[in-house]
Design a protein. Structure first.
Length: 190
């Protein structure tokens, strides 16, 4: 029987240190402890690659999907040049969420004060700011998030120092090379 731990990581380590034949479900602490959530956010979700779906679901300029990674609202989209991008999904003016769910947008418009961003995240227009001589829209670009495509899958990562997704998943690539991952399509899953 597992010991009652105040440290949820220690409880999980103890639980996973036993042979498979004596394995048990994860300790309650991993579901109920804020300390465990904080550790996961810090050491997993803010450091590693996260899959947001298939690249073919974002095939046209303006196609987007929004998500949240480690409490950060993010939008992943296909820009005007056909590149996949990920960026903050929060307006730089009053911090409103910009896009919801998935869809297609010609531009990114804040629902609060209609600040408008191009698909590359650069500010295109800011109503009522023309009267402010100190305001320069060229100084405003939505913060970019790392975004890479791997075998047709789109991954994002908050850590600028993380190894490329293809490097991290090179062993997986070898294991699944016979499955033609690049031939999968998003409609297969819907």
């Amino acid at each position: 029987m597992p010991k009652d731990h105040a440290d949820p990581i220690a409880a999980l380590r103890e639980n996973t240190a036993v042979p498979f034949e004596r394995a048990r479900a994860m300790p309650n602490e991993v579901y109920t402890s804020q300390a465990f959530v904080d550790a996961e956010l810090e050491h997993v979700f803010r450091k590693d690659w996260y899959c947001v779906g298939r690249a073919d679901a974002l095939s046209s300029p303006g196609d987007y999907v929004s998500c949240e990674l480690a409490d950060q609202p993010i939008v992943v989209l296909r820009d005007q040049d056909g590149a996949l991008r990920a960026m903050s999904n929060v307006c730089l003016h009053r911090m409103s969420t910009l896009l919801h769910g998935r869809g297609n947008a010609k531009t990114i418009v804040c629902p609060y004060h209609a600040w408008t961003y191009n698909l590359d995240g650069k500010l295109r227009g800011a109503p009522a700011m023309a009267q402010n001589d100190a305001f320069c829209k060229d100084h405003y670009t939505l913060p970019q998030v790392r975004c890479e495509e791997w075998l047709g899958w789109v991954f994002i990562c908050l850590d600028p120092d993380a190894a490329p997704v293809a490097e991290q998943l090179s062993d997986v690539a070898r294991m699944i090379e016979g499955y033609n991952m690049t031939g999968y399509s998003e409609s297969f899953y819907e």
